[in-house]
Design a protein around this ligand. Structure first.
Ligand SMILES: *Cc1c(COP(=O)(O)O)cnc(C)c1O
Length: 365
C-alpha cells in the first residue's frame, strides 16, 4: 500500500483481459473527435478517513459501483482536471506541465472540502495510464491523448458535511479537434447568466460549475454561437471567461491583457503559459479588468486587433464575433489574427517537443 511518504506510487496492475480490437481502435484514432472515445484502462486510488490514500491500481476501464447514497450524487462533491499527453516526433511520449494540474487539483480539493492528493501520486497515476494506453494516441494532425483525472465523494451518507471516503480516478480519451466545425474563429454569446460569484467556486475546477453553465451554453448554441462568455456577477460589466476557457485581448500598441485571477476565474495553465510566452515576445502583458463596453468600443475604433480563448482542450482559439442582447460586433477581420496564430504555434511547438523548452514544461515519460 502506498503511503503519503512514498515518492513512487506502487500500482497494482491488471491488464485489460480483452482490449479493444486493433481495427476498431485504428478507426477511432483516425477520427477521434473530442471526449467520445475512451482507452482501455483506468487508474483508481481510494481515500478513507483515518487511512489516507491507498489501493492505487490500474485495470480495465469500466463502470463504477457506487452506493446510491454516495455523496457525489447528491451534493456534487467532485473535482476534475484536464491535460494532454503528446506523441513526439521521435516517438516518445510527453506531458505538459502535469505538476501544475496536480497543484490546481489540490486547490480545487481544498475548496470542495476534499483530501489533498500528493502531487507525485497524481503525476504517477497519469504516467501509469499513458504507458498502459500508449497505443491510443490519435493518428490525426493535432491529435493527443486527453487525460481526465477526477475525484468523487463515495461515502453513503445524506447529511451535509464532507464525505469520509473518496475515489480518485484517471481515464483517457483520444482527442482531435475540440470544435466540431474546426472553425477558424469562434462566435461567442455574452450570457445574462452568471458563472461564478465572489466567494463562490469559480476558481475551482468542479463539475458543479459546469452543470450551471449548461443552460447558458445551450442558449448560445440556439442563437448560433459556439461558446458562452460570462461577465462578473456583481456588476455584470467585467469580462471573466468562457464556459471552459480563459480570454486574452491584443491591442494595436502591443498590449496584451487578460482578466486577473480574482477568485471567480479558473486559473488556466494554458493562460499562464501564454502569459510567459507573450512576455518573451516583448508584448506589454497585463492582468487587468476589461469591460464588455470597452471591448465593443475598442473593436469599433480598431485599437483592439485580436481576441482569443485558451484552454487545454481547444488550445488557442481566435474569437471572431461577440454578441449580446443589444447586438453584435466583429473582432479585427473576424478571422484568425497574426498574434493569436504566433502564440498558438509557439505553445504547440513546445508541447510537441519541436521547440526549446526553457521553462521545463514538458515532462517526458
Ligand atoms: C479548465 C478550465 C480552463 C482552462 O484551463 P487550462 O488549464 O488552460 O486547461 C478555463 N476555464 C475553466 C472554467 C476551466 O474549467
Amino acid at each position: 500500500m502506498a503511503t503519503l511518504a512514498d515518492p513512487a506510487t506502487q500500482f497494482t496492475r491488471m491488464p485489460h483481459p480483452a482490449p479493444t480490437a486493433a481495427e476498431v481502435r485504428a478507426a477511432v484514432l483516425a477520427d477521434p473527435g473530442f471526449g467520445k472515445a475512451f482507452s482501455d484502462h483506468m487508474v483508481t486510488i481510494d481515500w478513507e478517513e483515518g487511512k489516507g490514500w491507498h489501493n492505487p491500481a490500474i485495470g480495465p476501464r469500466g463502470p463504477l459501483s457506487l452506493d446510491p447514497a454516495a455523496a457525489v450524487l447528491h451534493y456534487a462533491q467532485e473535482i476534475f482536471e484536464g491535460l494532454k499527453a503528446y506523441r513526439l516526433g521521435d516517438g516518445s511520449m510527453a506531458l505538459f506541465r502535469p505538476q501544475a494540474n496536480a497543484a490546481r487539483f489540490n486547490a480545487s480539493a481544498e475548496r470542495l472540502a476534499m483530501p489533498a492528493l500528493p502531487e507525485a501520486m497524481f503525476v504517477d497515476a497519469i504516467k501509469e495510464l499513458v504507458r498502459a494506453d500508449a497505443d491510443w494516441f490519435p493518428t490525426v494532425e493535432g491529435g493527443s491523448l486527453y487525460l481526465r483525472p477526477f475525484m468523487i465523494a463515495t461515502e453513503a451518507f445524506l447529511g451535509v458535511r464532507p464525505a469520509k471516503s473518496y475515489k480518485f480516478i484517471v481515464i483517457a480519451s483520444p482527442a482531435g479537434n475540440y470544435f466540431k466545425s474546426g472553425a477558424p474563429a469562434v462566435s461567442i454569446w455574452v450570457s445574462d447568466y452568471t458563472r461564478a460569484a465572489p466567494g463562490g467556486t469559480g476558481a475551482a475546477k468542479c463539475g458543479g460549475n459546469y452543470a450551471a453553465s449548461l443552460v447558458p451554453t445551450a442558449e448560445a448554441f440556439e442563437r448560433g454561437h459556439d461558446q458562452v462568455l460570462f461577465l462578473d456577477a456583481a456588476e455584470h460589466k467585467w469580462i471573466e471567461e468562457l464556459g471552459g476557457m480563459n480570454l486574452f485581448f491584443a491591442f494595436d500598441d502591443g498590449r496584451l491583457i487578460t482578466p486577473p485571477l480574482n477568485g471567480t476565474i479558473l486559473p488556466g495553465i494554458t493562460r499562464d503559459s501564454l502569459l510567459a510566452l507573450a512576455r518573451e515576445e516583448g508584448l506589454a502583458v497585463s492582468e487587468e479588468p476589461y469591460s464588455l463596453d470597452a471591448w465593443r468600443d475598442d473593436a469599433a475604433s480598431g485599437k483592439l486587433v485580436e481576441a482569443f480563448a485558451c484552454g487545454t482542450a481547444a488550445v488557442v482559439t481566435p474569437v471572431g464575433k461577440v454578441a449580446d442582447r443589444n447586438g453584435e460586433f466583429i473582432i479585427g477581420s473576424g478571422g484568425p489574427g497574426q498574434l493569436t496564430g504566433k502564440l498558438k504555434a509557439r505553445l504547440v511547438a513546445i508541447q510537441r517537443g519541436e521547440a526549446p523548452d526553457p521553462h521545463g514544461w514538458v515532462v517526458r515519460l
